[in-house]
Design a protein around this ligand. Structure first.
Ligand code: ATP
Ligand code: MG
Length: 422
């Protein structure tokens, strides 16, 4: 019998994990600089939280959730996204009462969606996301977008565009909703079954349909932007003003609606430009969700956030031929020529490690040549070879692999020598 990873999931092996760690370091450093603090929530929540928090008419809730009943008869769901859990925690722990407002949170961790597998679309994927809750200042919308852009920029990804739109407020959406229903009514029968029911429940969703994307009525659909109330238009203008101040270029796409029910005002996506991977171009999505905290049982607390998957980020880097500088360096390989030397090697390797020097040795009793090869394969910076004479003299030639230089160093001084020269 042989086993394989479940469909839509992947093993991340040594060689790849270093890239993940690099991305995670960049994320943590940037979140610190921007003053977002990490939150860790459970990997599953009550199903109802997502029905409420993500929205009953979304693809996520309708088709993509991993829902199960536990032995106590509770309906639980593996989290498909991070906002609902973050907001639940915000309400449950009364973070709205904290003196520091807005509350600025970030998370990274696996999300689960039952989706058709393709490049950049997995059933388990890792999202990095942020939520800034408790402010409706358009400057924080710009800050959130700047942080997302900064992650990609710091990793060397520059062929990107930030696409923004305003979904307006409730009044805006009610007026737009009526216009959409009127617009699509004559062609209703030509739309997919999902869209026909969306038209009744949440017509905005129709604009986000992947099946009907090419239907001629899509291109001529009334744009939400034309229904913005004066307040919403001012808000959107201010968001753009702050993006300008930050020097972040953007494109306005009046058809950008995003997949989640709860967005209002600002919606944005970051897309890869030029050659990408597969058919997917969106790397990151986010938006404002005033009203969500109340829906989940908290006091009025406007919020904004985004989420991006690390998988798509890494695929984008690969598509652009960008190599990440990873940290997995071997400072010292200790070669031992005989049993006695091996005992010393064990001791020296332990000493190196105590000093914070990465060190490795042979555990297969291989011949010297094979040990040297192993040192080479692992790209050791320095190599020492321990034999009879070295043990006698309590000193060894340290070979710098890059240059071939050799220098004699007493055993007692080895760690400080490597520290000083690595
Ligand atoms: P899409 O339209 O591609 O399905 P979405 O609207 O479902 O995206 P969001 O729910 O906004 O995406 O998630 C935010 C980000 O999470 C996406 O921009 C993408 O980077 C990532 N993402 C979403 N679904 C997946 C997936 N199945 N596999 C890998 N990454 C994903
Ligand atoms: Mg999706």
């Amino acid at each position: 019998m042989s086993f394989k990873v479940p469909k839509g999931t992947q093993d991340i092996l040594p060689g790849q994990t270093e890239k993940w760690q690099k991305v995670e370091r960049v994320i943590r450093d940037l979140c610190n600089v921007y003053r977002y603090n990490e939150i860790r929530t459970p990997m599953f929540e009550s199903t109802e939280l997502f029905q409420r928090g993500v929205g009953d008419t979304t693809d996520i809730v309708q088709k993509e959730m991993y829902t199960f009943e536990d032995k106590g008869g509770r309906s639980l769901t593996l989290r498909p996204e991070g906002t609902a859990s973050s907001v639940r925690a915000y309400v449950e722990h009364k973070m709205f009462g904290s003196a520091d407002q807005p509350v600025k949170l970030y998370y990274t961790g696996p999300m689960f969606r039952y989706e058709r597998q393709q490049a950049g679309r997995y059933r388990q994927f890792v999202q990095f996301g942020v939520e800034a809750i408790g402010s409706k200042d358009p400057a924080i919308d710009a800050e959130v977008m700047a942080l997302a852009m900064d992650v990609y920029k710091t990793l060397g990804l520059t062929e990107l565009k930030l696409v923004i739109n305003s979904l307006g407020d409730k009044e805006t959406r009610d007026a737009h909703r009526a216009a959409l229903v009127e617009h699509f009514a004559p062609v209703k029968d030509e739309l997919c079954a999902d869209c026909q029911s969306r038209l009744a429940k949440n017509p905005l969703r129709v604009l986000d349909c992947k099946v009907d994307a090419k239907h001629p009525a899509m291109a001529t659909a009334p744009a939400l932007t034309n229904y913005l109330t004066a307040d919403s238009a001012t808000y959107f203008a201010d968001v753009k003003k702050y993006l300008d101040i930050l020097g972040i270029p953007y494109e306005v796409d009046p058809n950008l609606v995003r997949g989640l029910d709860y967005y209002n005002h600002t919606a944005f996506e970051i897309m890869i430009t030029g050659d990408g991977f597969g058919t997917i171009t969106t790397l990151c999505g986010g938006g404002r969700y005033n009203g969500l905290v109340e829906d989940i049982g908290g006091p009025e607390s406007p919020g904004i956030g985004f989420a991006m998957s690390i998988e798509r980020l890494l695929l984008a880097l690969e598509a652009k031929g960008i190599e990440l500088e990873t940290e997995n360096n071997l400072d010292m390989y200790v070669v031992a020529m005989n049993e006695e030397a091996k005992a010393k090697a064990v001791e020296l390797v332990a000493n190196f490690r105590k000093a914070g020097i990465t060190a490795e040795m042979d555990y297969l009793n291989r011949k010297m040549k094979a040990q040297m090869k192993a040192a080479d394969r692992q790209a050791a910076k320095f190599v020492i070879v321990l034999g009879e004479s070295e043990l006698e003299q309590q000193a060894v030639n340290v070979k710098t692999m890059a240059t071939g230089d050799q220098q004699q160093v007493a055993f007692a001084d080895l760690a400080s020598f490597v520290q000083a020269n690595k």
